[in-house]
Design a binder for this molecule. Structure first.
Ligand code: AP5
Length: 220
């Protein structure tokens, strides 16, 4: 099964992709995490993408498509995966369709996690992430048991450099301008499943699972 998770910055794509990928036994491809890994390694790619990420704008399609395509070639993605944060433009969505078609596969469903803008600002402002396993926490709604430490792996928590007020506003502007057209793209293909992302984390996960089942999507 190949799924796309759509939603604004802070909607809970990463949180839900981690839960659902485990429940369904799928790989999890998060384009933002791939870029942050490249930045942390000091790789040439990291130097290229950092400037875009710091400004809150999209990395060029060509670079993004190439990186995701390489990740998709890894063995854990063979029987399916969740794309988290990719695609973000119509060009990326078309490229993804082509990548999968060449494997005799296709996107089964695009899950849109819908959250109002006011809530997004609160979520991103209080987010902390594990440096090791990338698990996201929130200082109010889902704090770690020990401050500054990941419950799952003990890794150190940090705040993303693009989670500042100014950059969050730019990321939201870019999302509404460049990524929301994807909702119509997947709706036209009869693949869009919309869930209420304002619910608690576990409830959103249940909505996703039941949304997929209701639409008769079964793991391949
Ligand atoms: P990326 O890393 O993808 O960031 P994003 O899309 O801005 O999304 P976030 O990771 O901020 O939010 P999320 O929806 O995953 O929310 P989360 O689960 O963490 O991209 C970063 C940058 O990389 C981009 O700006 C761009 O430059 C570049 N990039 C990445 N992909 C690209 C692409 N395809 N093309 C071009 N450029 C690309 O949750 C947020 C917070 O809310 C957490 O604290 C969490 O604990 C909390 N929370 C989650 N769910 C709930 C809930 N139900 N109730 C209460 N709190 C909740």
């Amino acid at each position: 099964m190949f799924l796309v998770f759509l939603g604004a910055p802070g909607a809970g794509k990463g949180t839900q992709a981690a839960i659902i990928s485990q429940k369904l036994g799928l790989a999890h491809i998060a384009s933002g995490d791939l870029f942050r890994e490249a930045v942390a390694k000091g790789a040439e790619l990291g130097k290229t993408v950092k400037a875009y990420m710091d400004k809150g704008v999209l990395v060029p399609d060509k670079v993004t498509i190439q990186l995701v395509s390489e990740r998709l070639n890894e063995p854990d993605c063979k029987s399916g995966c969740i794309f988290d944060g990719f695609p973000r433009t119509i060009e990326q969505a078309k490229a993804l369709d082509e990548m999968l078609a060449s494997r005799n596969a296709a996107i089964d469903k695009a899950v849109y996690i819908k959250v109002p803008q006011k809530e997004l600002l609160k979520r991103l402002g209080g987010r902390w992430i594990c440096r090791v396993c990338q698990t996201p926490y929130h200082e109010i709604t889902s704090p770690p048991k020990v401050p500054g430490k990941c419950d799952k792996c003990g890794g150190k928590l940090y705040q993303r450099s693009d989670d500042t007020e100014e950059t969050i506003k730019e990321r939201l502007r870019v999302y509404f301008e460049q990524t929301t057209p994807l909702l119509d793209y997947y709706k036209a293909a009869d693949k869009l499943v919309t869930v209420n992302g304002e619910l608690g984390i576990e409830e959103v996960a249940e909505e996703i699972i039941s949304g997929l089942r209701l639409k008769s999507v079964e793991p391949k």
